[in-house]
Design a protein around this ligand. Structure first.
Ligand code: UDX
Length: 477
């Protein structure tokens, strides 16, 4: 099939390259000339494992090309996909200006008939608005507009695209549905379920999926707090509930709060849609607030782990991106963490395997280290903020020896607590008993000998004389 994908951002590039890989003839269009020049020069402007190679192979095979302007949409074009960004507007809703600009361009370039497919994440009713806009500009046009949301995770987008849990097609127009069913046939033939819905249901499905996952993470993060207070291990609890097939084990990793380009933006846009419709999504609204507070609470957790006073001390932050295998810094919990530490007077040194360039745009007053070991050298505390494989493989004994004070805060539960303790680190994680001992860290002298073994772990009841005290609620001194 012949497909035009408009937007060479994350979704457009991954979708375009994957559709080409499935044997289609794809042109990806973007109004940013530098981006198109880079792509035509063989560079991939985003970091996504496998994407650069997939683009190169399909360009070489003649199935994938890049262009600055939307080509003339003759009758040989089977589908035009809108895959431009829908960033947050000031209202909290989605800014649809790029989507409508593409719709206008389609109206201007279409010949006789066109099937428009929205891949961008857009609020309920946007497909209707696109249809009205194009139809008003081109009443002569034989027009079909469908929704086909994507469910791609950064870092595993190619696998998510080529082996998805489901494909959702939202349209009641037979021509659009048949074209999309044909497009996805290689996947459905391999057993991928295809769900055919109305356009609006497909639009809401995308937001509901992301909001549900964001709620799931927020829920386990709250349970992690409870586990710390009650001296239980959230990893046991997550497994205990996750094995219930109605709940499922995925997205139950407690951590510093969700970030990224989708969950924060999409939960906020979904809540805004509800408000526009005169109602309130109270669970979603609350999850947004709880998650935002949690990101900042991580900074206070680190301050507590360091004894309450970080003025003039150095904190090494390992990992900056909102999750591993991406260079994306958007809404990364590391940003809130670092801002709290800096405001408390700490000097922050950072390292990330792929996110350093992007991080430089978000961070001021930090030192950028060469690698994980360089980052922790002489610091008064190390914090694992993103669970990159490279960082999980760091030699903990070497870290302990190289820190000025062997305090380690594992915000991703990436390390085995016993391994951290064996390495001589006074460590804490998220939602397990050692974390509840952090408040008692105040009793430990900062500046103890570097090779000191961790303090013996007292029974939870002795930890601070107050088992229910929450580490990041501890007062700063
Ligand atoms: C998400 C959705 O998963 C994807 O389907 C959608 O299309 C785009 O948004 P992405 O933002 O790339 O994908 O990342 P994801 O892997 O979902 O993680 C989002 C955030 O949640 C990250 O900050 C991650 O660290 C956090 N997370 C995820 C947890 O804290 N715990 C978990 O158990 C899972």
């Amino acid at each position: 099939m012949r497909i035009i994908v408009v937007g060479c951002g994350y979704v457009g590039l991954v979708s375009g390259a994957c559709f080409a890989e499935l044997g289609n003839d794809v042109v990806c269009v973007d109004t940013n000339p530098a981006r198109i020049a880079a792509l035509n020069g063989g560079d991939c402007p985003i970091y996504e494992p496998g994407l650069e190679r997939l683009i190169a192979c399909n360009r070489q095979a003649g199935r994938l090309a890049f262009a600055e302007a939307l080509p003339f949409l003759g009758n040989d074009v089977d589908l035009v996909m809108i895959a431009v960004g829908t960033p947050p507007a000031r209202t909290g809703g989605a800014d649809l200006s790029s989507v409508f600009a593409v719709a206008e361009a389609i109206a201007a370039r279409a010949h006789e008939r066109v099937v428009v497919v929205t891949k961008s994440t857009v609020p309920a009713g946007t497909g209707d608005a696109i249809e009205r806009l194009i139809a008003a500009a081109r009443p002569d046009l034989d027009l079909s507009v469908a929704s086909n949301p994507e469910f791609l995770r950064e870092g595993s987008a190619l696998a998510d695209f080529l082996r998805p849990d489901r494909v959702v097609i939202g349209t009641q127009d037979a021509r659009a549905r048949n074209a999309l069913m044909r497009l996805y046939r290689p996947l459905t033939d391999a057993g991928v379920p295809l769900l055919s819905t109305t356009r609006t249901a497909a639009e809401i499905t995308k937001y509901a999926a992301n909001a549900f996952l964001a709620l799931k993470i927020t829920f386990i993060n709250e349970i992690a707090d409870l586990c710390e207070a009650a001296a239980a291990d959230v990893r046991d609890v997550a497994r205990g509930i996750g094995l219930d097939r109605r709940i499922g084990e995925d997205f139950l990793r407690a951590g510093p709060g969700y970030g990224g380009s989708c969950f924060p933006k999409d939960t906020s846009a979904l809540a805004a849609t509800a408000r526009e419709l005169g109602m309130s999504l109270r669970l979603v609204e609350e999850a947004i607030l709880v998650n935002e507070e949690r990101k900042y609470a991580m900074g206070h957790r680190v301050i507590d782990a360091m004894g309450g006073d970080v003025g003039g001390k150095t904190v090494a932050v390992l990992g900056l991106t909102f999750k591993p295998d991406t260079d994306d810094m958007r809404d990364s919990p590391a940003l809130a963490l670092i801002s709290v530490l800096q405001q408390a007077g700490a000097f922050v040194r950072v390292y990330d395997p792929q996110g350093m360039d992007n991080a430089a745009e978000f961070l001021a007053g930090v030192a950028f280290a060469r690698d994980g070991y360089d980052c922790v050298a002489g610091a008064h505390c190390a914090v694992l903020a993103t669970e990159w494989a490279e960082l999980r493989q760091l030699d903990l004994s070497r870290i302990a020896a190289s820190l000025a004070v062997p305090v380690f805060v594992d915000l991703r539960n990436a390390f085995d607590p016993a391994a951290l303790a064996d390495a001589g680190l006074m460590a804490s994680g998220i939602g397990y008993p050692m974390a509840s001992l952090i408040a008692s860290r105040k009793r430990l002298e900062l500046g103890r000998p570097r090779k000191a073994r961790p303090a013996p772990v007292p029974a939870p009841a002795e930890a601070d004389g107050n088992r229910l005290r929450h580490p990041h609620h501890a007062t700063l001194q």
